[in-house]
Design a protein around this ligand. Structure first.
Ligand code: HEM
Ligand code: ISQ
Length: 154
């Protein structure tokens, strides 16, 4: 199944809304990950020594934004090329970071659910199943690329 222009537009438009409040949505995104999988906390270096999610952590914010941006970029590529191309160096880097952090395949579903919940929170009435479907599809392609790279590194 291809990725439509409509889906690409939905992804781009919703990111435009969420990026207006990065501190809020990056924190929400991360908090959702921990709500779904509390044990994931220990994998994140910026959390290891704190009892709660840091409110204004630059690393947390930057990484959360990157996940959104990369998923958005993936949506654009899926529409334009019908496939996902992540620069080799980026993919290798992300593969090794996640492998070293102890990330496993099932965690990718956790992050997807957290991403979807954050979209729901940010979009309010503009949120619907079509938006969710478009983001899920793009995310799945990106996640597959990272998971595949992690397996190559083992
Ligand atoms: C780090 C993206 C999935 C856990 C990062 C970084 C990025 C990123 C950009 C920062 C790398 C750096 O500059 O150091 C993504 C994307 C994902 C994904 C695009 C899915 C499509 C996951 C999943 C988990 C996870 C499923 C597990 C819950 C981590 C951890 C780090 C990390 C533990 C290291 C953070 C630290 O200690 O500094 N990820 N990630 N990521 N990610 Fe992900
Ligand atoms: C790293 N990888 C996946 C998701 C994330 C969310 C918030 C902060 C860092 C992340």
């Amino acid at each position: 199944i291809g990725f439509t222009e409509k889906q690409e537009t939905l992804v781009k438009e919703s990111w435009e809304i969420l990026k207006q409040d990065i501190p809020k949505y990056s924190l929400h995104f991360f908090s959702q990950i921990l709500e779904i999988a509390p044990a994931a906390k220990d994998m994140f270096s910026f959390l290891r020594d704190s009892d709660e999610v840091p409110r204004n952590n630059p690393k947390l914010k930057a990484h959360a934004v990157k996940v959104f941006k990369m998923t958005c970029e993936t949506a654009i590529q899926l529409r334009e090329k019908g496939k996902v191309v992540v620069a080799d160096t980026t993919l290798q880097y992300l593969g090794s970071v996640h492998l070293k952090s102890g990330v496993l395949d099932p965690h990718f579903e956790v992050v997807k659910e957290a991403l979807v919940r954050t979209l729901k929170e940010g979009l309010g009435e503009k949120y619907n199943e079509e938006v969710e479907g478009a983001w899920s599809q793009a995310y799945d392609h990106l996640a597959l690329a990272i998971k595949t790279e992690m397996k190559h590194e083992e």
